[in-house]
Each structure stands twice: as structure tokens, then as C-alpha cells.
Design a protein. Sequence first.
Length: 267
Amino acid sequence: MTSMNQNKEGGTSQKAKKRFSSKEEKVEDRALRIGRKKCFTCTEYIEDGQPVNILEGLELHTNVFSHSEQRRIIKFIWNLQQKGRNRDLQGRTYCEPHKWMPGKGRVTIQFGCCYNYAVDKEGNPPGILQAEQVDEIPSMLKVIIKRLVQWHVLPASCVPDSCIVNIYDVGDCIPPHIDHHDFLRPFCTLSLLTECNIVFGSKLFIVSPGKFEGSFSLSLSVGYVNERKTIYFNSILPHTMLCLYEYILWISFGLKSILMKWYGCLV
């Protein structure tokens, strides 16, 4: 009887190990399918005339999410937008400003913290606003974060605890800005739906309302069904983005700095 029980337990253990091994293999296989470009170079002379690679730390990951996965993510974001319009999201989680000129008026949905892109009407500077209430990161977006870590797009040492969803209409853009140091590097932006360009440079120039030029432009094209782009970067370089054709979704994940977490506990 003991021998039979041991055999059964041994068999169960073997099956469990096999299932676990199979799951790990699937994760690694998926990670291997992702295209990765890490060696971006664009030299500018910005520090005492010394050459500097302004794209140091920039990475581009392709084939991250399948067509069906992308559809589920997009459907989830549209549902979030509807909740925001119905005022079912708390505080400043959802913001849909009035479009008053080309390039202005993108929709933002923030989770984990409220980030102020520019000096607001109350005089608050850019950065995380501790007193503002927003919803926690939804389960769907937590799954995306988990996958990005499992597939080695983001390091396990920097798991995001905040998320900003940007929804752009034709001609919308992010004005030139430097990503705030309230967030640790690296952080990740998932681009969905349509083509867009990201422009980098120590100086960015206005071409027309909503359009800018810089030293380097990175195109995130629609491509084929599996060609979905994710980028993350350590740079503090000014950059901007323009939506070219239809709607575009940007989902940015970041880890709040230790100082901001500690300060948040005191508020």
C-alpha cells in the first residue's frame, strides 16, 4: 500500500513538474518571438561641444502582442473611456479636454497616481499630484505588466505601479517634454491601433500646430497583424509624438520613485 501511494505521489509530482516546465517553456518561447532593437544612435554636441548619443537607453520591441490580444486590450480601453464619460471612475482618473486647436485635446486615463503634464490652473508644477485621487491599476493592465516582465521587455527589478492611457484622434500629439523624474527608469509605452512618429532631440522645433521636428524620428508603423510596437527608454531627452492617420492608443507604464511613495504615505 505504501509503495502504491508513493508511486501515485511520485506520478502526481512528475505531472506537476511537467505542467510547470511546459508553462515556463511557453513563456520563454513567446519571449524569443519578440523582435528587439537596442542600439539606437543619434549624436548631438550638447555638453561643452562633446558628442553625446541622445538615444542612449532607447529600446524598440516588436511582435509583443498578437492580433487577438490587441483586440482585447483595445476593447478594454474603449470600455474604460465609456466609464470615464459616465463618471464611473473616481477623481482625476479620466480627463477629456475640449479640443481648441490641432494637436490639443487627447484623452487621458490615469491609474496608480495622478500625473500633471504641465503647470495647471492651481499653479501645480509638472509631476505627481499626491492629493489627487485616481483608481488603482485594473486587472487587465496588471496582466500586461506581468507579461512584459515575463517576456523580458521590462526588468523584474522595475515592475510598474502606475499607468497612463492616452487616446489620440487624428492630428493629436504629445507636446515636447522630458519624462518626469517622479518616475524611475526604465518605463514602457505600448503603442496600438495606427502609425505614429516619436521625435527626439535636445531641441525640438515647431513646424505647425501639433507638428515638431528634431534630430531623430522613430516611426511606429501599423505593419502586419502581429507587428505591435513597445518602447522603453532611460533618456531624459525632450521628445514628442504625432498621430498621423486614425485613432492611436498609448499605454505607458512606470514605477513611482521611492521618494514619491514615501511622501505619499504621509499625505
